[in-house]
Ligand binder design. Structure first.
Ligand code: NAG
Ligand code: NAG
Ligand code: NAG
Ligand code: NAG
Length: 333
């Protein structure tokens, strides 16, 4: 759903009054939209290059775009060897996913200039700076195929990749069936860049959609979209190999991607239930490495009831992406 500029301006002035009354809420001063090219839709996730504000996003029709301010968008890569402009270009038909691919989680390795991609149909891939067809690096783990890869993060210290397979049964086309069946076959996985091995860290997750490593590499978070919680898996220390609940449905519902900030906090794209109704509105939640929430901000003014997929900080701005929108939202202070 697009929001008209006049609505945005009106909402922005309401928000600034709000900010004035509640000075702990920041980032609400200005909101703008970076629209995808007209035939593209559904930026699920974002990956930033370290300098110059360039970023990548994956679209519904299976291709990955690169945005370079101020010039704009270029087509960067595809995940499927069978992608063609005539069959796939601009498609919103989910049944074309198995042929066209559907890039979801992204992370950029700035030293190697590599873009890692979790694709809902093509598993784990990596694209070099030339883009075009990304190289598939994993299609299964421990004897089980990857069915619906979704979230992805890179450990900034080791370069290892953590990613999710939302379900071992239901692919992206069948998400509503997964919800009806209360599926809990999702997995958190690790791709070791040294050995090229994929290992399963956690199983039985209730639709695992987001992953983020802590700044110090001690744990990795995984969101369970259907389970309405975020789990913490310990990578080091006396609890290594075990998990606990980091954030529960008391605070959030439908948690999606999780992104680490430069300071080591996390932004979570989630939703909240409007009191007295069943209706959901999108929220962004900032939480520190101990799971303490410092900000919960409704995005209803900008997004209505359209749920968001990711919130990511870059420089002073917050970028919001959504699989259900045709633009990237940018909040600047
Ligand atoms: C991709 O194309 C090749 C040959 O053109 C075909 O064998 C293969 O089945 C196709 N894969 C999919 C997923 O459509
Ligand atoms: C997923 O959806 C496709 C197409 O609608 C269907 O062919 C397939 O059987 C479904 N799989 C499951 C597990 O529901
Ligand atoms: C977790 O999933 C495995 C299959 O992957 C299953 O055998 C096991 O019973 C499940 N454990 C729980 C606690 O549900
Ligand atoms: C869905 O599965 C989760 C476990 O992943 C369980 O805690 C919950 O009670 C189940 N919900 C329903 C409605 O069965």
């Amino acid at each position: 759903m697009a929001v008209s500029p006049s609505t945005v301006v009106a909402m922005a002035s309401i928000l600034s009054i709000f900010v004035f009354c509640f000075p702990t809420i920041v980032h609400s001063a200005s909101f703008r939209q970076i629209f995808l090219p007209p035939t593209d839709f559904g930026p699920e996730s974002l990956a930033f290059e370290p300098l110059g504000g360039a970023f990548y996003t994956g679209a519904n029709d299976g291709h990955i775009l690169r945005y370079q301010p101020p010039t704009g968008w270029t087509n960067f890569a595809i995940t499927s060897p069978n992608w063609s402009a005539t069959f796939c270009g601009g498609t919103t038909d989910p049944d074309k996913g198995p042929i066209c691919g559907r890039p979801m989680g992204l992370a950029y390795n700035p030293t190697k200039r590599l873009l890692y991609i979790a694709d809902a149909y093509y598993g784990l891939l990596v694209a070099d700076s030339n883009g075009r067809l990304a190289k598939q690096i994993a299609t299964g783990a421990e004897g089980q195929p990857l069915i619906a890869c979704n979230g992805l993060d890179m450990d900034p210290n080791t370069g290892n990749i953590y990613f999710t397979d939302a379900s071992a049964v239901y692919d992206l086309r069948n998400s509503s069936k997964a919800a009806l069946a209360n599926d809990s076959t999702g997995r958190l996985l690790k791709y070791d860049v040294g050995t090229n091995q994929v290992t399963v860290l956690l199983r039985n997750l209730s639709v695992a959609v987001g992953a983020a490593v802590s700044k110090d590499g001690r744990f990795v978070l995984v969101s369970e979209f259907l389970g309405n919680r975020i789990r913490r898996y310990w990578l080091t220390g006396q609890n290594a190999g075990t998990s606990d609940i980091f954030l529960s449905s008391i605070n959030i519902v439908r948690p999606n991607n999780i992104k680490r900030t430069a300071l080591g906090d996390f932004w979570i794209a989630a939703a909240t239930v409007i009191q007295g109704t069943q209706a959901l509105v999108p929220i962004r939640v900032r939480v520190d490495a101990f799971g303490r929430i410092s900000e919960t901000v409704s995005l209803e003014a900008q997004y209505g009831s359209t749920l968001i997929s990711e919130v990511q900080e870059s420089g002073l701005a917050l970028y919001v992406s959504s699989r259900n929108a045709g633009f990237i939202g940018v909040f600047t202070p």
